[in-house]
Design a protein around this ligand. Structure first.
Ligand SMILES: Cc1ncc(COP(=O)(O)O)c(C=O)c1O
Length: 410
């Protein structure tokens, strides 16, 4: 048997049926029409937003990274919950605007922005987080075409990383941002060319569960933003401190306690470098806000035995929930929290089982040798922590299976 990640403590059952947002999993599938289905509980998202607001200094803005979950009904609700959206493409720009987020609260990061995306961003009035000097030149050309100065910030590739992160976006050679020693020169060139200067975007990494590492990175980020601003000789309207708040996906993971991060940030804001004293600060989060709110429900199609090992074959798979198969940003495959939704809380069978998706590839494994109650055809498998990087971050076109259904509760 192999361990699985912790099922979030608030999930309960009614007569053995998993409840999501107070509704039975089977009736949610009926409501949606079929499996595979992602269910998102807005009450859980709102509780996370409250945790953030309670823990962080009032002055710190909360931005949502749309890439984590761009499901339109969820995005429309997020627009009322957070202070800004971070987008990563022209497609996400459309989604963010349709969701009702004000353009001046949207920032556009990501390498490889095409000219038409830059033009659309400038036309809409969103902030472009410049990823290179070349992108700065193209933004100025796009601005000429649109007839409007571009709102720009410079994304800095910091000279440090976020220690222990699942994904590192800073420290060393990176395709993200401009190396710290060239960032001030790019900012100055953009300002001199008439760009509307918005400040710094410094995103060092994501999926981190160590408050001390996040505290150290935020302190280093503020110091770097101070030094860069002194070199430019201009106070930045906004310093985006990045994010990195992670989720407890795997065995042995503990939920991140963000309170010490808030306390440390509070004192860091009390002793800011002079040039940052009038700046606003933002933290940009994706998975931490929405990940725990999602459950992926997929139905058992077949139960089969091969050489003494039992395989539970479901109608979903990595084409919807790539991350749970261990093929999205993890080096070693570990089990996400998983359960049989219609036998929730039942005692596990003596033998572990392997839950596989319906794709003809050995990497389509959603649960490897996990302890589950006895399983039959038609049962519903629930995979938790599925609210981020699920439907939108999985290769849904692979093998021509239908897209997953999605349902927002609350
Ligand atoms: C620039 C940027 N912002 C935000 C995020 C969101 O990260 P997470 O969902 O881990 O909070 C990422 C993740 O790749 C990113 O690259």
């Amino acid at each position: 048997m192999k361990p699985m990640g912790p099922i979030p403590a608030w999930f309960a059952d009614e007569e053995g049926m998993l409840l999501i947002g107070g509704c039975g999993a089977a009736s949610l599938v009926d409501e949606a029409g079929d499996t595979p289905l992602f269910v998102y509980d807005m009450a859980i998202v709102e509780a996370q937003v409250r945790r953030f607001r309670d823990a962080m200094p009032r002055a710190v803005h909360l931005h949502y990274a749309v890439k984590a979950n761009p499901y339109a009904p969820l995005l429309a609700r997020m627009a009322g919950q957070v202070d800004g959206f971070d987008i990563a493409s022209g497609g996400e720009l459309d989604m963010a605007l349709k969701a009702g987020m004000a353009p001046d609260r949207i920032s556009f990061a990501g390498p490889g922005k095409r000219n038409d995306e830059l033009e659309a961003a400038i036309f809409a009035g969103v902030t472009i987080n410049l990823e290179s000097e070349g992108e700065g030149r193209r933004a100025l050309m796009a601005a000429q075409k649109v007839g409007k100065p571009p709102r720009v910030a410079v994304r800095v590739n910091p000279d440090f990383d976020l220690k222990g992160s699942g994904m590192k976006m800073g420290g060393g050679a990176k395709p993200f941002g401009v190396d710290a020693d060239r960032a001030a020169a790019l900012a100055r060139a953009m300002i001199d060319a008439g760009a509307d200067w918005q400040g710094w975007h410094i995103f060092a990494g994501s999926q981190n569960l160590d408050p001390l590492a996040i505290i150290a990175t935020q302190a280093a980020t503020i110091a770097l933003a101070g030094r860069l601003s002194d070199t430019v000789g201009l106070a930045p309207p906004l310093v985006n401190l990045g994010g990195g708040f992670g989720l407890a996906y795997f065995p042995g993971d503990d939920r991140l306690d963000i309170r010490p991060i808030g306390v440390a940030l509070d004192s860091a804001l009390d002793s800011l470098p002079d040039i940052l004293k009038g700046s606003a600060f933002a933290i940009e989060l994706g998975r931490w806000l929405v990940g725990e709110a999602g459950v992926y429900l997929t139905r058992v199609v077949d139960v089969k035995v091969s050489q003494g090992e039992t395989f539970i074959v479901v109608d979903g798979g990595l084409h919807h929930q790539l991350a749970a198969s261990g093929n999205f940003g993890t080096v070693v495959r570990r089990n996400y929290p998983i359960a049989i939704a219609n036998r929730f809380g039942a005692a596990p069978a003596a033998q572990p089982v392997t839950v596989v998706g319906c794709l003809c590839t050995p990497i389509d494994r959603l649960g490897d040798k996990v302890a589950l109650p006895p399983v039959s055809e038609g049962d519903l498998v629930a995979i938790f922590l599925a609210g981020a990087y699920g439907a939108s971050a999985s290769p849904s076109a692979f093998l021509g299976h239908p897209s997953p259904r999605e349902l927002l509760l609350g």
